[in-house]
Design a protein around this ligand. Structure first.
Ligand code: SF4
Length: 486
Protein backbone atom coordinates (compact mmCIF):
# COMPACT_ATOMS: atom_id res chain seq x y z
CA UNK A 1 0.00 0.00 0.00
CA UNK A 2 1.35 3.43 -0.93
CA UNK A 3 0.64 6.11 1.62
CA UNK A 4 1.22 9.60 0.21
CA UNK A 5 1.97 12.41 2.61
CA UNK A 6 1.62 15.86 1.05
CA UNK A 7 2.37 19.07 2.92
CA UNK A 8 2.14 17.61 6.41
CA UNK A 9 4.14 15.59 8.93
CA UNK A 10 1.56 13.13 10.22
CA UNK A 11 2.99 10.08 8.50
CA UNK A 12 3.63 8.12 11.72
CA UNK A 13 0.02 8.09 12.90
CA UNK A 14 -1.37 7.61 9.39
CA UNK A 15 0.95 4.69 8.80
CA UNK A 16 -0.10 3.04 12.07
CA UNK A 17 -3.73 3.64 11.23
CA UNK A 18 -3.38 2.10 7.77
CA UNK A 19 -1.67 -0.91 9.36
CA UNK A 20 -4.81 -1.58 11.45
CA UNK A 21 -6.57 -2.43 8.18
CA UNK A 22 -3.65 -3.95 6.27
CA UNK A 23 -1.59 -5.77 8.94
CA UNK A 24 0.16 -8.07 6.49
CA UNK A 25 1.05 -5.50 3.86
CA UNK A 26 4.14 -3.35 3.48
CA UNK A 27 3.11 0.27 3.75
CA UNK A 28 5.35 2.61 1.79
CA UNK A 29 5.30 6.24 2.85
CA UNK A 30 5.90 8.57 -0.10
CA UNK A 31 6.33 12.33 0.11
CA UNK A 32 6.63 13.11 -3.59
CA UNK A 33 3.18 12.65 -5.11
CA UNK A 34 3.94 13.74 -8.68
CA UNK A 35 2.76 10.40 -9.90
CA UNK A 36 0.33 8.42 -7.69
CA UNK A 37 0.85 4.67 -7.85
CA UNK A 38 -2.05 2.33 -7.02
CA UNK A 39 -3.12 1.06 -4.57
CA UNK A 40 -2.81 4.31 -2.68
CA UNK A 41 -4.02 6.51 0.13
CA UNK A 42 -3.26 10.13 -0.69
CA UNK A 43 -3.42 12.57 2.24
CA UNK A 44 -3.06 16.26 1.50
CA UNK A 45 -3.09 19.55 3.37
CA UNK A 46 -3.35 22.70 1.22
CA UNK A 47 -6.27 25.11 1.45
CA UNK A 48 -8.22 22.18 2.93
CA UNK A 49 -7.68 18.64 4.23
CA UNK A 50 -8.14 15.96 1.59
CA UNK A 51 -7.96 12.15 1.50
CA UNK A 52 -8.20 10.18 -1.70
CA UNK A 53 -8.15 6.38 -1.71
CA UNK A 54 -7.81 4.18 -4.76
CA UNK A 55 -7.61 0.42 -4.27
CA UNK A 56 -8.58 -1.67 -7.31
CA UNK A 57 -12.11 -0.72 -8.33
CA UNK A 58 -12.68 1.11 -5.07
CA UNK A 59 -12.14 4.85 -4.97
CA UNK A 60 -13.27 7.47 -2.47
CA UNK A 61 -12.42 11.08 -1.71
CA UNK A 62 -13.21 13.05 1.44
CA UNK A 63 -12.29 16.59 2.35
CA UNK A 64 -12.68 18.98 5.26
CA UNK A 65 -11.80 22.53 6.30
CA UNK A 66 -8.54 23.36 8.07
CA UNK A 67 -8.28 23.33 11.89
CA UNK A 68 -5.57 23.66 14.52
CA UNK A 69 -2.53 21.46 13.80
CA UNK A 70 -3.30 18.62 16.26
CA UNK A 71 -6.90 18.52 15.10
CA UNK A 72 -5.78 18.46 11.45
CA UNK A 73 -3.97 15.22 12.23
CA UNK A 74 -7.05 13.70 13.85
CA UNK A 75 -9.33 14.79 11.01
CA UNK A 76 -7.02 13.34 8.34
CA UNK A 77 -6.95 10.12 10.36
CA UNK A 78 -10.74 10.16 10.69
CA UNK A 79 -11.18 10.47 6.94
CA UNK A 80 -8.73 7.63 6.25
CA UNK A 81 -10.38 5.56 8.99
CA UNK A 82 -13.89 6.00 7.57
CA UNK A 83 -12.85 5.18 4.03
CA UNK A 84 -10.88 2.08 5.08
CA UNK A 85 -13.76 0.83 7.29
CA UNK A 86 -15.99 1.06 4.22
CA UNK A 87 -13.44 -0.57 1.92
CA UNK A 88 -12.48 -3.50 4.16
CA UNK A 89 -15.68 -4.04 6.16
CA UNK A 90 -13.45 -4.43 9.23
CA UNK A 91 -14.91 -3.30 12.55
CA UNK A 92 -12.24 -1.75 14.73
CA UNK A 93 -13.37 -2.18 18.33
CA UNK A 94 -10.77 0.34 19.50
CA UNK A 95 -11.76 2.72 16.70
CA UNK A 96 -8.79 4.65 15.39
CA UNK A 97 -6.69 4.39 18.57
CA UNK A 98 -3.29 3.03 17.57
CA UNK A 99 -1.38 3.64 20.82
CA UNK A 100 -0.45 1.07 23.42
CA UNK A 101 -1.94 2.88 26.43
CA UNK A 102 -5.61 3.71 25.82
CA UNK A 103 -6.32 3.88 29.56
CA UNK A 104 -3.61 6.47 30.07
CA UNK A 105 -5.02 8.51 27.19
CA UNK A 106 -8.50 8.28 28.71
CA UNK A 107 -7.16 9.32 32.13
CA UNK A 108 -5.44 12.38 30.76
CA UNK A 109 -8.57 13.47 28.82
CA UNK A 110 -10.63 12.95 31.97
CA UNK A 111 -8.17 14.89 34.11
CA UNK A 112 -8.07 17.84 31.73
CA UNK A 113 -11.73 18.08 30.73
CA UNK A 114 -13.84 15.77 32.88
CA UNK A 115 -15.31 12.30 32.46
CA UNK A 116 -18.16 13.27 30.10
CA UNK A 117 -15.66 14.90 27.73
CA UNK A 118 -13.36 11.85 27.83
CA UNK A 119 -16.29 9.53 27.11
CA UNK A 120 -17.47 11.69 24.25
CA UNK A 121 -13.96 11.97 22.78
CA UNK A 122 -13.47 8.20 22.88
CA UNK A 123 -16.87 7.51 21.30
CA UNK A 124 -17.28 10.31 18.80
CA UNK A 125 -13.76 11.41 17.90
CA UNK A 126 -11.87 8.14 18.16
CA UNK A 127 -14.80 5.80 17.40
CA UNK A 128 -14.11 3.40 20.28
CA UNK A 129 -16.89 0.83 20.74
CA UNK A 130 -19.13 1.02 23.83
CA UNK A 131 -17.68 -2.23 25.10
CA UNK A 132 -14.04 -1.10 24.93
CA UNK A 133 -14.94 2.28 26.40
CA UNK A 134 -16.57 0.53 29.34
CA UNK A 135 -13.51 -1.71 29.78
CA UNK A 136 -11.30 1.40 29.74
CA UNK A 137 -13.44 3.19 32.31
CA UNK A 138 -13.52 0.28 34.79
CA UNK A 139 -9.77 -0.27 34.40
CA UNK A 140 -9.00 3.41 34.81
CA UNK A 141 -10.84 3.63 38.12
CA UNK A 142 -9.00 0.64 39.59
CA UNK A 143 -5.62 1.81 38.26
CA UNK A 144 -6.13 5.29 39.65
CA UNK A 145 -6.53 4.09 43.23
CA UNK A 146 -3.16 2.37 42.96
CA UNK A 147 -1.42 5.18 41.07
CA UNK A 148 -2.49 7.55 43.83
CA UNK A 149 -0.52 5.50 46.37
CA UNK A 150 2.74 6.32 44.57
CA UNK A 151 4.67 9.31 45.90
CA UNK A 152 7.40 11.44 44.33
CA UNK A 153 10.03 9.25 45.98
CA UNK A 154 8.54 5.94 44.87
CA UNK A 155 10.37 3.66 42.46
CA UNK A 156 10.25 0.06 41.28
CA UNK A 157 12.81 -2.49 40.16
CA UNK A 158 12.78 -4.81 37.14
CA UNK A 159 15.17 -7.76 36.98
CA UNK A 160 15.57 -9.43 33.57
CA UNK A 161 16.44 -13.10 33.11
CA UNK A 162 16.90 -13.58 29.35
CA UNK A 163 16.82 -17.39 29.31
CA UNK A 164 14.02 -19.81 28.44
CA UNK A 165 13.91 -23.58 28.09
CA UNK A 166 12.99 -23.16 24.41
CA UNK A 167 11.49 -20.52 22.16
CA UNK A 168 7.71 -20.24 21.72
CA UNK A 169 6.73 -19.63 18.10
CA UNK A 170 4.96 -16.34 18.77
CA UNK A 171 7.78 -14.87 20.86
CA UNK A 172 9.94 -11.98 19.79
CA UNK A 173 11.76 -11.34 23.07
CA UNK A 174 15.48 -11.55 22.94
CA UNK A 175 16.02 -14.63 25.00
CA UNK A 176 18.36 -17.53 24.74
CA UNK A 177 17.76 -21.23 25.20
CA UNK A 178 19.17 -22.11 28.59
CA UNK A 179 20.61 -25.34 27.17
CA UNK A 180 22.52 -23.59 24.39
CA UNK A 181 23.73 -20.82 26.68
CA UNK A 182 24.65 -22.92 29.70
CA UNK A 183 28.15 -21.43 29.78
CA UNK A 184 26.72 -17.88 30.03
CA UNK A 185 24.35 -18.47 32.90
CA UNK A 186 26.80 -18.41 35.80
CA UNK A 187 28.71 -15.30 34.73
CA UNK A 188 25.37 -13.67 33.95
CA UNK A 189 24.00 -14.33 37.43
CA UNK A 190 27.24 -13.04 39.04
CA UNK A 191 27.15 -9.80 37.09
CA UNK A 192 23.44 -9.33 37.60
CA UNK A 193 24.04 -9.50 41.35
CA UNK A 194 26.73 -6.82 40.96
CA UNK A 195 24.37 -4.61 38.99
CA UNK A 196 21.68 -5.09 41.63
CA UNK A 197 24.09 -3.99 44.37
CA UNK A 198 25.12 -0.91 42.38
CA UNK A 199 21.46 -0.05 41.74
CA UNK A 200 20.62 -0.45 45.41
CA UNK A 201 23.41 2.06 46.16
CA UNK A 202 21.95 4.56 43.69
CA UNK A 203 18.43 4.23 45.13
CA UNK A 204 19.79 4.69 48.62
CA UNK A 205 21.85 7.78 47.71
CA UNK A 206 18.84 9.32 46.01
CA UNK A 207 16.76 8.51 49.06
CA UNK A 208 14.09 6.84 46.91
CA UNK A 209 11.56 4.31 48.19
CA UNK A 210 11.58 0.93 46.46
CA UNK A 211 7.95 -0.22 46.37
CA UNK A 212 7.69 -3.09 43.89
CA UNK A 213 10.09 -5.64 42.48
CA UNK A 214 9.42 -7.69 39.36
CA UNK A 215 11.63 -10.45 38.00
CA UNK A 216 10.67 -11.36 34.45
CA UNK A 217 12.30 -12.26 31.18
CA UNK A 218 12.53 -14.78 29.56
CA UNK A 219 11.72 -17.26 32.24
CA UNK A 220 13.39 -16.61 35.61
CA UNK A 221 12.61 -20.15 36.78
CA UNK A 222 14.72 -21.58 33.98
CA UNK A 223 17.61 -20.82 36.38
CA UNK A 224 18.45 -23.40 39.05
CA UNK A 225 17.06 -23.01 42.57
CA UNK A 226 20.57 -22.01 43.75
CA UNK A 227 20.96 -19.34 41.07
CA UNK A 228 17.50 -17.97 41.84
CA UNK A 229 18.33 -17.88 45.56
CA UNK A 230 21.54 -16.01 44.87
CA UNK A 231 19.72 -13.25 42.99
CA UNK A 232 16.82 -13.02 45.42
CA UNK A 233 19.15 -12.92 48.44
CA UNK A 234 21.09 -10.12 46.75
CA UNK A 235 17.88 -8.13 46.40
CA UNK A 236 16.93 -8.71 50.02
CA UNK A 237 20.35 -7.89 51.40
CA UNK A 238 21.24 -4.90 49.18
CA UNK A 239 18.03 -2.88 48.95
CA UNK A 240 16.12 -1.27 51.75
CA UNK A 241 13.16 -3.66 51.73
CA UNK A 242 10.96 -1.99 54.31
CA UNK A 243 8.84 -0.19 51.67
CA UNK A 244 8.54 -3.10 49.24
CA UNK A 245 4.83 -3.77 48.81
CA UNK A 246 5.12 -6.66 46.36
CA UNK A 247 7.79 -8.97 45.01
CA UNK A 248 6.88 -10.84 41.83
CA UNK A 249 8.68 -13.59 39.97
CA UNK A 250 7.34 -14.73 36.64
CA UNK A 251 7.60 -18.49 36.86
CA UNK A 252 6.05 -18.47 33.40
CA UNK A 253 6.73 -21.81 31.86
CA UNK A 254 5.12 -24.60 33.91
CA UNK A 255 7.90 -27.00 32.82
CA UNK A 256 10.48 -25.01 34.80
CA UNK A 257 8.72 -25.03 38.16
CA UNK A 258 10.07 -27.33 40.87
CA UNK A 259 9.52 -27.60 44.60
CA UNK A 260 13.09 -26.45 45.30
CA UNK A 261 12.56 -23.27 43.24
CA UNK A 262 9.25 -22.52 44.92
CA UNK A 263 10.94 -22.95 48.32
CA UNK A 264 13.62 -20.50 47.22
CA UNK A 265 10.99 -17.95 46.12
CA UNK A 266 9.03 -18.31 49.32
CA UNK A 267 12.09 -18.11 51.59
CA UNK A 268 13.18 -14.92 49.86
CA UNK A 269 9.93 -12.99 50.32
CA UNK A 270 8.50 -13.41 46.83
CA UNK A 271 4.74 -13.09 47.25
CA UNK A 272 3.47 -13.20 43.66
CA UNK A 273 4.19 -15.64 40.87
CA UNK A 274 2.85 -16.32 37.38
CA UNK A 275 2.22 -19.76 35.96
CA UNK A 276 1.33 -19.29 32.33
CA UNK A 277 -0.68 -21.98 30.55
CA UNK A 278 -1.43 -19.76 27.49
CA UNK A 279 -3.90 -22.51 26.57
CA UNK A 280 -5.02 -25.80 28.12
CA UNK A 281 -5.24 -27.42 24.68
CA UNK A 282 -2.29 -29.76 24.10
CA UNK A 283 -2.64 -29.62 20.32
CA UNK A 284 -2.41 -25.83 20.35
CA UNK A 285 0.53 -25.97 22.76
CA UNK A 286 2.36 -28.15 20.24
CA UNK A 287 1.46 -25.82 17.42
CA UNK A 288 2.98 -22.83 19.20
CA UNK A 289 6.11 -24.70 20.25
CA UNK A 290 5.44 -24.31 23.97
CA UNK A 291 7.06 -27.66 24.87
CA UNK A 292 4.93 -28.32 27.94
CA UNK A 293 1.59 -30.00 28.46
CA UNK A 294 -1.67 -29.09 30.14
CA UNK A 295 -0.96 -31.78 32.75
CA UNK A 296 2.31 -30.01 33.64
CA UNK A 297 0.49 -26.69 34.03
CA UNK A 298 -2.08 -28.21 36.35
CA UNK A 299 0.57 -30.05 38.38
CA UNK A 300 2.66 -26.87 38.74
CA UNK A 301 -0.37 -24.90 39.83
CA UNK A 302 -1.28 -27.51 42.43
CA UNK A 303 2.28 -27.59 43.73
CA UNK A 304 2.49 -23.78 43.94
CA UNK A 305 -0.89 -23.60 45.69
CA UNK A 306 0.61 -25.39 48.69
CA UNK A 307 3.07 -22.56 49.23
CA UNK A 308 0.44 -19.92 49.98
CA UNK A 309 1.70 -17.13 47.69
CA UNK A 310 -0.43 -14.01 48.03
CA UNK A 311 -1.14 -14.12 44.31
CA UNK A 312 -0.78 -16.62 41.52
CA UNK A 313 -1.41 -15.17 38.07
CA UNK A 314 -2.19 -17.24 34.99
CA UNK A 315 -1.63 -15.86 31.47
CA UNK A 316 -3.77 -16.93 28.52
CA UNK A 317 -3.61 -15.96 24.85
CA UNK A 318 -6.63 -15.44 22.60
CA UNK A 319 -6.17 -15.95 18.88
CA UNK A 320 -3.50 -18.68 18.94
CA UNK A 321 -3.12 -20.65 15.70
CA UNK A 322 -5.22 -23.79 15.79
CA UNK A 323 -7.29 -22.61 18.75
CA UNK A 324 -11.07 -22.44 18.37
CA UNK A 325 -13.64 -20.42 20.25
CA UNK A 326 -14.84 -23.48 22.18
CA UNK A 327 -11.29 -24.57 23.03
CA UNK A 328 -10.48 -21.07 24.32
CA UNK A 329 -13.71 -21.06 26.32
CA UNK A 330 -12.84 -24.45 27.76
CA UNK A 331 -9.36 -23.18 28.74
CA UNK A 332 -10.75 -20.12 30.47
CA UNK A 333 -13.48 -22.08 32.28
CA UNK A 334 -10.90 -24.55 33.61
CA UNK A 335 -8.54 -21.77 34.66
CA UNK A 336 -11.39 -19.99 36.48
CA UNK A 337 -12.20 -23.25 38.30
CA UNK A 338 -8.66 -23.25 39.65
CA UNK A 339 -9.48 -19.81 41.03
CA UNK A 340 -6.10 -18.05 40.69
CA UNK A 341 -6.00 -14.55 42.15
CA UNK A 342 -5.18 -13.00 38.75
CA UNK A 343 -5.80 -13.99 35.14
CA UNK A 344 -4.19 -12.08 32.29
CA UNK A 345 -5.84 -12.46 28.91
CA UNK A 346 -3.51 -11.54 26.07
CA UNK A 347 -4.33 -11.36 22.38
CA UNK A 348 -1.81 -12.92 20.01
CA UNK A 349 0.55 -10.32 18.63
CA UNK A 350 2.21 -11.28 15.34
CA UNK A 351 5.65 -9.86 16.03
CA UNK A 352 7.77 -9.57 12.91
CA UNK A 353 10.71 -11.52 14.35
CA UNK A 354 8.60 -14.38 15.75
CA UNK A 355 8.85 -17.82 14.16
CA UNK A 356 5.11 -17.65 13.36
CA UNK A 357 5.51 -14.53 11.22
CA UNK A 358 8.73 -15.78 9.67
CA UNK A 359 6.87 -18.98 8.71
CA UNK A 360 4.44 -16.83 6.72
CA UNK A 361 1.43 -16.92 9.09
CA UNK A 362 -0.76 -13.90 8.41
CA UNK A 363 -3.48 -12.07 10.29
CA UNK A 364 -6.83 -12.63 8.59
CA UNK A 365 -10.35 -11.34 9.17
CA UNK A 366 -11.76 -14.64 10.46
CA UNK A 367 -8.98 -15.02 13.06
CA UNK A 368 -9.54 -11.43 14.13
CA UNK A 369 -13.28 -11.92 14.53
CA UNK A 370 -12.72 -15.18 16.44
CA UNK A 371 -10.24 -13.48 18.80
CA UNK A 372 -12.76 -10.68 19.41
CA UNK A 373 -15.39 -13.27 20.37
CA UNK A 374 -12.90 -14.97 22.69
CA UNK A 375 -12.23 -11.68 24.48
CA UNK A 376 -15.95 -10.99 24.67
CA UNK A 377 -16.43 -14.32 26.41
CA UNK A 378 -13.43 -13.75 28.69
CA UNK A 379 -14.83 -10.40 29.79
CA UNK A 380 -18.23 -11.86 30.60
CA UNK A 381 -16.85 -14.89 32.42
CA UNK A 382 -14.24 -12.99 34.41
CA UNK A 383 -16.69 -10.31 35.55
CA UNK A 384 -19.08 -13.11 36.62
CA UNK A 385 -16.31 -14.78 38.60
CA UNK A 386 -15.56 -11.50 40.39
CA UNK A 387 -12.38 -10.55 38.60
CA UNK A 388 -11.95 -6.91 37.64
CA UNK A 389 -9.74 -5.45 34.89
CA UNK A 390 -6.88 -3.57 36.54
CA UNK A 391 -4.46 -2.86 33.70
CA UNK A 392 -4.68 -2.96 29.95
CA UNK A 393 -2.35 -2.38 27.05
CA UNK A 394 -2.11 -2.94 23.33
CA UNK A 395 0.72 -3.96 21.04
CA UNK A 396 1.36 -3.55 17.36
CA UNK A 397 0.17 -6.27 14.99
CA UNK A 398 -2.29 -7.79 17.43
CA UNK A 399 -4.88 -10.11 15.94
CA UNK A 400 -8.03 -7.98 15.53
CA UNK A 401 -6.21 -4.94 16.98
CA UNK A 402 -7.52 -6.01 20.37
CA UNK A 403 -5.84 -5.75 23.78
CA UNK A 404 -4.16 -7.49 26.71
CA UNK A 405 -5.97 -7.16 30.02
CA UNK A 406 -4.91 -8.09 33.52
CA UNK A 407 -7.85 -9.24 35.66
CA UNK A 408 -7.64 -9.65 39.38
CA UNK A 409 -9.66 -10.38 42.47
CA UNK A 410 -10.10 -7.26 44.56
CA UNK A 411 -7.01 -6.15 46.46
CA UNK A 412 -4.43 -8.34 44.72
CA UNK A 413 -3.81 -6.24 41.61
CA UNK A 414 -0.18 -6.18 40.48
CA UNK A 415 1.15 -2.74 41.41
CA UNK A 416 4.15 -3.15 39.14
CA UNK A 417 2.02 -3.80 36.04
CA UNK A 418 0.05 -0.64 36.71
CA UNK A 419 3.12 1.49 37.43
CA UNK A 420 4.78 0.31 34.21
CA UNK A 421 1.76 0.91 32.01
CA UNK A 422 0.97 4.29 33.50
CA UNK A 423 4.65 5.32 33.66
CA UNK A 424 3.86 6.47 37.19
CA UNK A 425 7.37 6.50 38.61
CA UNK A 426 10.95 5.48 37.88
CA UNK A 427 11.58 1.82 37.13
CA UNK A 428 15.20 0.74 37.56
CA UNK A 429 16.10 -2.06 35.16
CA UNK A 430 18.81 -4.65 35.82
CA UNK A 431 19.88 -7.48 33.53
CA UNK A 432 20.12 -8.02 29.78
CA UNK A 433 17.45 -6.19 27.81
CA UNK A 434 16.35 -4.21 30.87
CA UNK A 435 15.59 -0.52 30.49
CA UNK A 436 15.84 1.99 33.31
CA UNK A 437 12.97 4.41 32.78
CA UNK A 438 13.54 7.57 34.77
CA UNK A 439 10.38 9.55 35.44
CA UNK A 440 10.28 13.15 36.57
CA UNK A 441 7.58 13.10 39.28
CA UNK A 442 6.54 16.65 38.43
CA UNK A 443 6.04 16.29 34.67
CA UNK A 444 5.64 13.65 32.00
CA UNK A 445 9.36 13.78 31.20
CA UNK A 446 10.90 10.33 30.82
CA UNK A 447 14.46 9.32 30.14
CA UNK A 448 15.51 5.80 29.22
CA UNK A 449 18.83 4.10 29.87
CA UNK A 450 19.24 0.84 28.00
CA UNK A 451 21.17 -2.26 28.98
CA UNK A 452 22.54 -4.52 26.26
CA UNK A 453 19.98 -6.96 24.90
CA UNK A 454 21.90 -10.21 24.53
CA UNK A 455 23.38 -12.07 27.51
CA UNK A 456 26.85 -12.25 25.87
CA UNK A 457 26.88 -8.47 25.30
CA UNK A 458 25.65 -7.88 28.83
CA UNK A 459 28.57 -9.93 30.12
CA UNK A 460 31.26 -8.62 27.74
CA UNK A 461 30.37 -4.95 28.10
CA UNK A 462 29.12 -4.96 31.65
CA UNK A 463 31.10 -1.91 32.81
CA UNK A 464 29.70 0.26 30.01
CA UNK A 465 26.23 -0.36 31.39
CA UNK A 466 27.27 0.62 34.89
CA UNK A 467 28.81 3.82 33.50
CA UNK A 468 25.53 4.68 31.79
CA UNK A 469 23.83 4.57 35.18
CA UNK A 470 25.82 7.65 36.21
CA UNK A 471 23.24 9.60 34.20
CA UNK A 472 20.67 8.74 36.84
CA UNK A 473 22.24 11.22 39.25
CA UNK A 474 22.20 14.09 36.80
CA UNK A 475 18.58 13.30 35.87
CA UNK A 476 17.47 13.45 39.48
CA UNK A 477 19.54 16.48 40.37
CA UNK A 478 18.08 18.33 37.39
CA UNK A 479 14.47 17.24 37.90
CA UNK A 480 14.21 17.23 41.61
CA UNK A 481 17.08 19.26 42.94
CA UNK A 482 17.72 16.41 45.28
CA UNK A 483 20.42 17.01 47.81
CA UNK A 484 22.51 13.97 48.23
CA UNK A 485 26.12 13.28 49.06
CA UNK A 486 28.11 11.06 46.78
S1 SF4 B 1 8.43 -18.45 27.70
FE1 SF4 B 1 7.88 -16.33 27.20
S2 SF4 B 1 9.84 -15.28 26.88
FE2 SF4 B 1 10.23 -17.50 26.78
S3 SF4 B 1 10.13 -18.03 24.62
FE3 SF4 B 1 8.09 -18.39 25.47
S4 SF4 B 1 7.00 -16.46 25.17
FE4 SF4 B 1 9.16 -16.02 24.88
Amino acid sequence: MNLYIQNHKFHYELENLTRLFYPNEKITVIKDAADLKEPYINTVIDDKLKVEVKIGDFSRTLSSGLSAEAENERILCEMVYKILCEKTGVIQLWGMITGVRPVKLYRSLKKENGEAYADDYFKNKLFVSDNKLNLTKVTEKIEKKIIDTSSEKSCSLYIGIPFCPSRCKYCSFVQASIERCKHLVEPYVDLLCRELKETAGIISKLNLKLESVYMGGGTPTSLSAEQLSMILKTVNSSFDTKNIREFTVEAGRPDTITEAKLISLKENNVDRISINPQTLNDEVLKEIGRKHTTAQTLASYELASKFGFKCVNMDLIAGLPGDTYSSFKNTLDRVCKLNPECVTVHTLSMKRSSALTQDGTQINKEDSERAAKMLEYAEKKLFEDEYLPYYLYRQSRMVGNLENTGWSKSGVESLYNIFVMDETHTIFGCGAGAVTKLKDPHSNYLKRIFNFKYPYEYIDRFNEQLERKEEIYSFYSKCLNYRFSR
